[in-house]
Each structure stands twice: as structure tokens, then as C-alpha cells.
Design a protein around this ligand. Structure first.
Ligand SMILES: [Cu+2]
Length: 174
């Protein structure tokens, strides 16, 4: 959001200045908490608790985040849609490298809730693109809570024996 619009909203909340086309002076917004302003803009209650607020075991989603498997494969989460991952179906793009991009890999995707001891019946379809990149969809996180999404690189020449794996940990509130 444009800074001037944010400042404009802040000014409206504060009722300290008329909201004009021009950006208001910064002093108009000095007493307004930025979090409260964001919440007001999004029409979300400021202090609405989220299930994941106190979760500390999860990863912080960042586009391009990397996990290295025990056998040296690199798993890069290029993107998640939506981002960060949310409850329900997500579409992921991952890049596998070892050390260069690995095309033609056989991947499997295993979402699992460690606190509940279950996964999902919805199987992610793996669609290779180029440069070691694969589309995984849907990554089904159907329940609120902590999910481990394990990505396995398998060797079809050896009965799909696992070559390496990595897990991304995300908590979904809604
Ligand atoms: Cu569960």
C-alpha cells in the first residue's frame, strides 16, 4: 500500500486531520499504533488470536527458502500459492539441485501432522517443468495446526528407494 494512503488512513483513525489528496504530515499519525492501523485497514480485530501465534516449531515462509537433505540434495521452495501456505490446497514450486538442477527426478510429497499422527488422503501431483523445477499441487493442508511437508527424491531404478528428503514445517491457522 502506498505510504501516503496508509498515512491517510492513520489520519482518519486519529481524527486529527482531514484526509486530503496530498500525503498528510507524518506528525498526524504519531499516536497511532501501526498494527492497529493495519488491522483497521483489513477489517480484522486487532487482538484476534490465531492458532499458530504460539507455534515455535514451524519455519518462516520465504520464497526461495532452502532445505538441504542428509545426502546433499537441495530443496528450494521457489513459491507457494497462496503464500505463506494456508489451510486447504496450496500449489508449490520446488527446485531440486544436487548440486546442479536435477531434471527427471521422481518426487513424492507427504504432508503430515506430527501432533495428530496423520497425513492427508489428497495426493499432490508432481509436474516437472525445466531447470530442476517441479510443480506440486495440491499440497493439501486440510486441518488447522502444524504440518510437515516432506518431499522425497526417489530412485525409480531401485524400486523407488529414497535418495534424499527434506521437510518444510508450516503452521496453518486458516
Ligand atoms: Cu490433524
Amino acid at each position: 500500500m502506498a505510504a501516503w494512503f496508509r498515512s491517510c488512513v492513520l489520519a482518519m483513525i486519529a481524527s486529527t486531520a482531514a484526509c486530503k489528496d496530498a500525503p498528510p504530515a507524518a506528525s498526524d499519525a504519531l499516536d497511532i499504533d501501526a498494527v492497529a492501523a493495519d488491522a483497521a485497514i483489513d477489517a480484522v480485530p486487532v487482538d484476534a488470536p490465531k492458532f499458530c501465534d504460539n507455534e515455535t516449531r514451524d519455519d518462516t515462509y520465504t520464497p526461495g527458502m532452502v532445505k538441504i537433505g542428509a545426502n546433499g540434495y537441495e530443496f528450494k521452495l521457489i513459491s507457494s500459492t497462496p503464500a505463506p501456505p494456508q489451510k486447504g490446497n496450496n500449489a508449490w514450486v520446488v527446485q531440486i539441485s544436487h548440486p546442479g538442477p536435477v531434471d527427471g527426478a521422481t518426487l513424492s510429497v507427504v504432508p503430515f501432522m506430527p501432533d495428530h499422527g496423520h497425513g492427508t488422503a489428497v495426493v499432490a501431483v508432481v509436474t516437472p517443468t525445466t531447470n530442476g523445477t517441479y510443480n506440486l499441487s495440491p499440497v493439501n493442508l486440510f486441518m488447522t495446526g502444524l504440518w510437515s511437508v516432506r518431499i522425497n527424491v526417489l530412485d525409480p531404478a531401485a524400486g523407488n528407494a529414497e535418495l534424499d528428503h527434506a521437510a518444510f514445517l508450516f503452521c496453518v491457522s486458516s
